[in-house]
Design a protein around this ligand. Structure first.
Ligand code: UTP
Length: 292
């Protein structure tokens, strides 16, 4: 893959998950036994990313600790003969190099990406939103990379959504091309269903050329008074420098309570040991609800 660094913006307050997120970063809430951030970092590593730039904030240091070595824990597990989990704990701290930068105030996703500028440098880079969990044979970023390598343009991940849900997403205006690729002509942030130009939503995976940084730097605050990444993408699109790629796979919005419950069921059922008893439990639960 062309990009070797991925920016993970994780400085938001996670208000949809309060009160839990008063002290636990949203990115550390687990799906079965792995924090959300673990799942997305695995996706990045499978795609060929070897350096992460975490954009964090006060109260989020547990995210960095998660990817660091914990000698006391490793010693404890070794002494207790817990080899399997020891291996997993060791793998986490060795899987990728992590750099971190602080966003002092949550001034928006676009501003969070801009905070990573010095650590990214003048190269193409990925952006991964850690509360969107993708499950696919070919990792989502790799799916975007085919188009990125072919066109040299920034590429955003896309997924078709019901018209009633356009108000939750950035929605593109654009034309389909071959193989799920889109020529993107514009990006509208959270349009009302009646005003949405298409039903193609921007999902939380981006491969961006460094030209996005000067755009972000000069961007006035947009919706909600925040510096919106969608507004910067709109400028790129209007210049004819943005492409989209429809993601093939399952996506869960785990930053939303219902989406998080669905993701938990998805990954619970996929778990080798827990899957069969969990499925029995769900079946019994559903049939008992049917009897009422
Ligand atoms: P969200 O819109 O999900 O915001 O941001 P949030 O604060 O995490 O959660 P809610 O909506 O209040 O429940 C998408 C991603 O961008 C990051 C968030 O941490 C999240 O990973 N972000 C957002 C920042 O890093 N900085 C910001 O200023 C805004």
């Amino acid at each position: 893959m062309k990009a070797t660094k991925a920016v993970i913006p994780a400085a938001g307050f996670g208000t949809r998950f309060l009160p839990a997120t008063k002290t636990v970063p949203k990115e550390m809430i687990p799906l079965v036994d792995r924090p959300l951030i673990h799942e997305v970092v695995m996706e990045a590593v499978r795609s060929g990313i070897d350096r992460l730039v975490l954009v964090t904030a006060a109260g989020k240091s547990s995210i960095e600790d998660y990817f660091d070595i914990n000698p006391a824990l490793e010693r404890f597990l070794e002494e207790k003969g817990k080899g399997e989990i020891l291996e997993e704990v060791r793998r986490i701290s060795r899987m990728v190099e992590v750099l971190a930068v602080r966003q002092k105030e949550p001034r928006g996703l676009g501003h969070a990406v801009l905070c990573a500028r010095d650590l990214v440098g003048a190269e193409p880079f990925a952006v991964i939103l850690p509360d969107e969990i993708m499950d696919s044979e070919i990792p989502c970023l790799m799916q975007l990379d085919a188009l990125f390598s072919r066109t040299g343009q920034s590429v955003i991940g896309l997924q078709e959504v019901p018209r009633s849900e356009t108000g939750k997403y950035g929605i593109i205006d654009g034309d389909p091309e071959q193989g799920g690729a889109y020529r993107v002509r514009g990006v509208v942030e959270k349009p009302d269903p009646a005003k949405a130009p298409t039903r193609m939503a921007v999902i939380g995976r981006y491969l961006l050329a460094p030209e996005i940084f000067p755009i972000l730097e000069n961007l006035p605050p947009g919706a909600g008074g925040e510096i919106q990444l969608a507004d910067a993408l709109d400028i790129l699109a209007r210049r004819g420098e943005l492409a989209g790629q429809v993601f093939q796979g399952t996506r869960h919005d785990a930053g939303d309570k219902l989406g998080f419950l669905m993701a938990t069921v998805h990954y619970g059922l996929k778990d080798r040991r827990l899957g069969p008893p969990f499925l029995r439990f769900l079946r019994e639960k559903i049939s008992s609800l049917g009897e009422k």
